[in-house]
Design a protein. Structure first.
Ligand code: HEA
Ligand code: HEA
Ligand code: CUA
Ligand code: CU
Lengths: 554, 358, 258, 118
């Protein structure tokens, strides 16, 4: 990598982490458990989702080990089914949905709009508690034997035919859903009502815009999942209901209601990631995001259109052909704003002054992988090809490309990018670049072969498969090992850096966001006094002027 | 070479010799599907290459060392419009193309031969009109459109034949259908692709496409003695459907001769066309749709007939085109040896007199 | 907030902090002004109501589809409901919405006595609603119309066996057994929808109890009406849900096509 | 930007205190509508055959129309939306928009099926 860098750290011999900051303000467990501070809640969230990520990751490891050979020899088919169900449930509801919004977003949102806190700090804390309760319920479910419905709770399988712990899993997701509703609600209120003087909508960082869009989806989509799960649970308990044909219900109704949430949910899972990428790309190319307005509005467009494409998960399931037509068309439309974003980011690099610190590496990885993931989504969105590709590993590859290659990459980009702000210390640059590279390589090795597998027709959720698919599966498993290492590294060196990392100073990246204009780690109130926004977002010239002024005044 | 471990070596050989990018094209739609697939691969490659090229070239050109000071640019309406409109256009093309293909795969031609499929945890049961039963296998002739009428008797399953590029969900309580025309004789995978519980991955089988001659031979070799329609006829009698459905003027139920494909006016004023799905509903949930002029007296047969039995009844009613058949059933529960009625396709040959077993 | 932050939220707030710059005790630390605090919490309440709309949305969608599938069963099922009770409950709830609105008004006008009166009235009406609902539920139980727990199809297999209802709906014909079964689906949805609604009422009444206690201590009559106002929104929302449940469950099936 | 301004503009006129008289009027309207909808339900309002298989029954239509009117009254007056900032109005409208999206697109699927149920 290039030696050029924009990192500007204070003189290490004299630099100190500010004594007074949100981490040191109060001590003791209770001061954390009863905190209203969004940064502390974000930290709590960070710890909890990391925990769940590794559980989910370990389950992924088991999946890949089982699929190393065509027979189901490592575990019984039942166990395998439980493993991928829990993997999906945990990764989606306990890791990816809260990943960027509830951690990074929670940490940054008030700072980016120039407020002291989120509008509803108690609700924010409540949201974390709900998350923990849901998490405990999920762990309980897992420890008493797990659930094997798949993450989609497909009826009538889930309501009638399984004797695993569908109820506790369903209720757990129900509670987790409310946790995410409250986060989303809080963000929307904060963005509308808590902006500092001068912070107009079009001066907001794009991170705020994309989280705003994701929050709309959380607030309006999640309750539908909640009621659906309530109905599933009722149906299981009183043996009468609207989803199971044996009781006169309609399983397709379940699909409609479930995907009404779960399609928007995939945008809940990606939009906040888009926000991170905007910030990172801009900072490391020292340029305003190309076509700010288009990028901002494309997030909102995705949020709105995203509500009306859900039935593309049901093309072969017996919805009316005409419905399929409409939903397919809308799916094509919703793909366009993502294309706009990708190219706008690419053009942000144009005439920039680019450096390649770790967050930037992750962001570039994101752009490539998300493009592949998104374009393969278009394969699935076209009704014709979906017939062949649906329910195969092609879908698995598609969603891992967007969720892991997309969102997880941007989550890591964000964690590295804001790590110095969060902890006041830098992560070690060289090894983290290595980790970024490892994940990129491991990722492609894991999931690219799955596209081919899917095209060949290998169905998903198979504990055993015809032997001719083995070779590609071996590649995939090998890749997963590399990938696992790639994810293990950050947790090690980031923990290390808490104590030994270099002191970062306020603005190691020379970034323009308001969050960088305060100390790191920030004060509990974020800013000594409420800032006044008098420039556009990503105004690097303003930043320079500001710094010149400071130098002059010293 | 000698340093490579034998396992790895074998592995590589295996891979290189078996490497495929897509499954065999063994049906008429397969090449059409693949054409669209490769078109999409192509536009994806174009899109991706553009992205990668932009990133790489800008990264080199505007690296901080080479380009220490960034030039601020707002954006460019023209450029942005370009990369809105071009992808939009391409996506719309795939949409239209995909939709055409979708309608093609899910709209069976009129002359298709019908095979019935029941999915259950964890097997596929196939019923040929000629009375051949198969489990986890499907034999079809090449060069002839075959329509599958699919239903599940428990949970969602999905009937998938990758080599034919077709797949359709088996839904409990409702018929779905799909058709294909096999082109290449051979044996292909049959998968259940919708997760359906413990042995989902064991719910696999094979599809054997045969030349019409072989297929005829196979039909003869695997007959169960009587055709599906005959099974239906027997059920019709044993469930005493004919007590109400008979041509006599005093019959309490409508005459079912020629009902298939006809337009019925319901008591609600709705008009519907009778198809397989309607027949099924009429047997299981008769009170949901009452035919005009009749009382809702028909009992439900829910729980008394299996999905296969309903298929048999449906097949029977489909081919019920003269009163004579009913008359026969009415008069005797012993089946007439040589029945009139249009014989079901493929069923004509095995039906020698006396062959009917109960 | 920008320069306009100083603008207080109307007379009420102004009086609460006569010396500009000095924050009233109920202002949370992270808000710049009371106005901002009010706006934010009010907006948050609205967003929460949106989630509630979508929550009930799933139920409404299910109901509409099932009703169209099993129309005769839903018709006769709904004939089992007592329009008298339903109307009474609708009136009760509407009046309670009115008293709630008046409660908010009293809080704004700082009339503690009135506030207490109206909150208590709302509380009583809420309880009355639940009381009537209990009577109705009890009747369902007695008549074996509780799906899954205490169910019998007989009223639908033979409507004449239920003379009270049959008197009002002489047109009801015996349903075929498999259709009669589907009446259970109607009652499943009936209980799911009214039960979910009743749950919201119970939550509302609990909060109301708490508010009455606080109001006696003079909590809401010092110019800080946010809490009352937001609770009012919730209460009215619950009312609106009922405004739709009433016709859907009780009324629209009186004249099925004959 | 506009919203920033409007947000502040909001403070000034927003806390319009609605007079009890208005509330009383609305209450009476609501009760009247309740009566009306019950009365209407006791009368067979007939039906409208649009085409062969599409028929519109007036009873449910009238009942739901009255319910919508009642809801509008509650939202506008009891919930003060009439006097609220644009943002609140927009919130309410967008909520119903998505709600209707859910209902209408789901029902549209059912109604356009070749033959399943319906
Ligand atoms: C983060 C999550 C995420 C995201 C962002 C997406 C994004 C998209 N998804 Fe995906 N999807 C999932 C997660 C996600 N998906 C999951 C989890 C499933 C499976 C659920 C399950 O069954 O378990 C799934 C399944 C799924 C299906 C159902 C498959 C099936 O079961 O049959 C479909 C079908 O339409 C689909 C489509 C799309 C589309 C069109 C997009 C679009 O939004 C993508 C838009 C992006 C781009 C298009 C890339 C950028 C474009 C360019 C760079 C332009 C290229 C230029 C030219 C063409 C010139 N997805
Ligand atoms: C956020 C979402 C997310 C993430 C991050 C991942 C991450 C991974 N997933 Fe997963 N996946 C889903 C969401 C996700 N997945 C969903 C929704 C499903 C569908 C479920 C369903 O069908 O219901 C699914 C299904 C799924 C399948 C298909 C199962 C099947 O259909 O039969 C596979 C198979 O390869 C797979 C693999 C992986 C791998 C290898 C990773 C890797 O990226 C994980 C890498 C991380 C680690 C490995 C952890 C770090 C390391 C350690 C803890 C050390 C120990 C490591 C080892 C023992 C190897 N996933
Ligand atoms: Cu049957 Cu999977
Ligand atoms: Cu989707």
């Amino acid at each position: 990598m290039s030696a050029a860098t924009i990192i500007s750290l204070p003189d290490q011999s004299t630099a100190r982490i500010p004594k007074m900051n949100f981490l040191t303000k109060e001590n003791g467990l209770l001061s954390w458990l009863l905190t209203g501070d969004h940064k502390r809640i974000a930290t709590l969230y960070l710890v909890s989702i990391t925990f769940f990520f590794f559980i989910g990751g370990a389950l992924a490891g088991l999946i890949r080990l089982e699929l190393l050979t065509p027979q189901n020899d490592l575990m019984a088919a039942d166990t395998y089914n439980k493993v991928f169900s829990m993997h999906g449930l945990i990764m989606v509801f306990f890791f990816l949905v809260p990943s960027v919004p509830a951690t990074i977003g929670n940490f940054l949102m008030p700072m980016m709009v120039g407020a002291k806190d989120l509008a509803l700090p108690k609700i924010n804390l409540l949201s974390w508690y709900l998350y923990v309760i849901a998490g405990i319920m999920m762990i309980y479910t897992m420890s008493v034997g797990g659930v094997d419905t798949g993450w989609t709770f497909t009826t009538p399988l889930s309501t009638h035919y399984l004797n695993t712990h569908v109820i506790s899993a369903g209720l757990s997701v129900f509670v987790a859903g409310f946790s995410s509703i409250f986060t989303g609600l809080n963000f929307i209120v904060t963005i509308h009502k808590m902006r500092c003087p001068g912070m107009t909508w079009f001066r907001l960082p794009l991170f705020v815009w994309s989280n705003y869009a994701a929050s709309i989806l959380m607030v309006l989509g999640t309750p539908v999942l909640a009621i659906t799960l309530v109905l599933v649970v009722l149906e299981r308990t009183v043996h009468i209901g609207v989803f199971d044909p044996a009781y006169g219900g309609d399983p397709l109704l379940f699909q409609h209601l479930f995907w009404f949430y779960s399609h928007p949910a995939v945008y809940i899972m990606i939009l906040p990631g888009f926000g991170v990428i905007s910030e990172v790309i801009s900072t490391f190319s020292r340029k305003r995001v190309f076509g700010y307005t288009a990028v901002a509005f494309s997030s909102v467009a995705i949020a709105i259109f995203g509500f009306f494409v859900w039935a593309h998960h049901m093309f072969i399931m017996g919805i009316s052909n005409y419905s399929a037509l409409v939903f397919s068309l809308l799916t094509m439309l919703v793909a366009v704003p993502s294309a706009i974003k990708i190219y706008n980011w690419a053009f942000t690099l144009y005439k920039g002054s680019i450096t390649f610190e770790t967050p930037m590496l992750y962001a570039i990885g994101f752009m490539g992988l998300f493009t592949i993931g998104g374009l393969t989504g278009v394969f699935l969105g076209a009704t014709g090809t979906d017939i062949h590709l649906t329910e195969t590993y092609f879908v698995v590859a598609h969603f891992h490309f967007v969720m892991v290659g997309g969102m997880l990459m941007s989550f890591l980009a964000g964690i590295h990018f804001w790590w110095p702000k969060w902890t006041g210390r830098m992560y070690p640059e060289k090894i983290s670049q290595l980790a970024a590279l490892t994940t990129f390589i491991g990722f492609n090795l894991t999931f690219f072969p799955q596209f081919i597998l899917g095209t060949l027709g290998m169905p998903r959720r198979y504990a055993a498969y015809p032997p001719e698919f083995q070779v590609l599966n071996v590649f995939s498993t090998a890749g997963a090992t590399v990938l696992g290492i790639g994810y293990l590294l950050p947790i090690l060196y980031l923990t290390w850096s808490l104590k030994y990392g270099e002191i970062a100073g306020d603005n190691p990246w020379q970034a323009t966001g308001l969050e960088w204009q305060t100390q790191s780690p920030p004060l509990t109130e974020n800013f000594p006094e409420i800032p006044i926004m008098d420039h556009e977002a990503y105004d690097y010239e303003w930043l320079e002027r500001q710094q010149r002024k400071e130098v002059a005044s010293v | 070479m000698s340093h490579i471990s034998p396992v790895l070596w074998q592995f590589l050989v295996k891979w290189l010799t078996n490497f495929q990018l897509f499954p065999p094209e063994a049906s008429k739609v397969a090449p059409e599907m693949d054409a669209l697939y490769f078109f999409m691969v192509l536009i994806s490659l174009v899109g991706l290459t553009v992205v990668v090229l932009l990133i790489v070239s800008f990264s080199i050109l505007y690296n901080k060392r080479r380009h220490p000071v960034a030039t601020q640019i707002e954006g460019s309406t023209l450029l942005e419009a370009t990369w809105t409109i071009i992808p939009l256009g391409l996506f719309l093309v795939t949409f239209v193309w995909g939709a055409l293909l979708y309608f093609r795969i899910y709209t069976p031609p009129a002359n298709a031969m019908n095979i019935y499929v029941v999915g259950k945890q964890w097997m596929w049961k196939v019923e040929h009109p000629g009375g051949q039963h198969e489990i986890d296998a499907l034999h079809v002739p090449t060069g002839r459109p075959v329509q599958l009428t699919i239903i599940s008797q428990d949970v969602f399953h999905s009937f998938s034949i990758p080599a034919f590029r077709v797949k359709r969900e088996a839904i409990p309580g409702r018929y779905t259908s799909v058709w294909f025309e096999a082109t290449e004789p051979g044996t292909y995978h049959l998968f259940c692709t919708q997760y359906c519980g413990t042995n989902h991955s064991q719910m696999i089988g094979e599809v054997v496409a045969m030349t019409p001659d072989d297929f005829r031979k196979w039909l003869q070799g695997s007959t169960s003695g009587n055709s599906l329609a005959q099974d239906g006829e027997r059920l019709f009698a044993s469930l005493s459907c004919n007590a109400c459905h008979n041509p006599s003027p005093s019959s309490r139920g409508p005459n079912l001769v020629g009902v298939y494909g006809s337009h019925l006016t319901l008591a609600s004023g709705q008009t519907i066309t009778v198809d397989d799905a309607y027949l099924r509903q009429a047997i299981l949930n008769p009170s949901e749709h009452i035919t005009q002029g009749y009382a809702p007296i028909m009992p439900t047969y829910q729980g008394q007939v299996s999905e296969e039995g309903i298929f048999a009844l449906v097949e029977y009613l489909k081919h019920l085109d003269s009163d004579y058949r009913i008359q026969q059933t009415l008069n005797t529960t012993v089946l007439p040896a040589n029945n009139e009625g249009r014989p079901a396709p493929g069923a004509s040959t095995p039906n020698a007199p006396g062959e009917v077993k109960q | 907030m920008s320069d306009s932050t100083a603008i207080a939220r109307g007379a009420a707030a102004e009086a609460a902090h006569p010396h500009p710059g000095e924050h009233p005790p109920y202002q949370r630390h992270h808000f710049e002004t009371v106005g901002q605090q009010f706006d934010a919490t009010n907006f948050a309440m609205w967003l929460f109501l949106l989630t509630e709309v979508m929550f009930f949305g799933g139920l409404f969608a299910s109901y509409l589809i099932m009703r169209n599938w099993y129309y005769p069963a839903f018709v006769e099922g709904s004939h089992q409901l007592n329009i008298g009770w339903g109307t009474a409950n609708t009136a009760v709830l509407i009046i309670s919405s009115f008293t709630m609105a008046m409660g908010v008004w009293s809080a704004e006008m700082r009339k503690k006595g009135m506030l207490l009166l109206f909150l208590s009235l709302t509380w009583i009406l809420g309880m009355a609603f639940l009381g009537i609902k209990t009577i109705e539920y009890h009747e369902k139980w007695v008549k074996h119309h509780v799906p899954g727990l205490n169910w019998s199809d007989s009223s639908f297999l033979n409507p004449a066996s239920d003379p009270e209802v049959h008197k009002d709906y002489p047109g009801d014909k015996p349903l075929a057994p498999e259709m009669a079964q589907k009446a259970e689906m109607y009652f499943f949805l009936y209980f799911a929808m009214t039960g979910m609604h009743a749950l919201h009422m119970i939550i509302g009444i609990s909060i109301l109890t708490f508010m009455i206690i606080r109001a006696r201590q003079g909590a809401y009559t010092t110019g800080h009406v946010t809490y009352v106002e937001n609770f009012g929104l919730y209460w009215h929302f619950v009312d609106i849900i009922w405004i739709f449940l009433f016709p859907l469950l009780y009324l629209i099936s009186r004249f099925p096509n004959s | 930007m506009s919203e920033q301004n409007q947000q502040h503009a909001g403070h000034e006129d927003e806390h319009h205190i609605v007079s009890p008289l208005v509330y009383l009027t609305i209450l009476l309207c609501l009760l009247a509508f309740t009566g009306l909808t019950v009365l209407a339900s006791y009368k067979d309002l007939g039906e409208w055959h649009i085409t062969g298989s599409l028929t519109l029954f007036w009873n449910p239509v009238v009942a739901l129309a009255i319910a919508c009117t009642k809801m509008t009254l509650v939202v506008l007056f009891f919930m003060h939306v009439k006097y609220s900032p644009k943002l609140t109005k927009l919130t309410v409208i967008s909520g119903f928009f998505i709600f209707l999206g859910l209902i209408s697109m789901t029902l549209a699927d059912y109604m356009s099926r070749a033959w399943g149920r319906w």
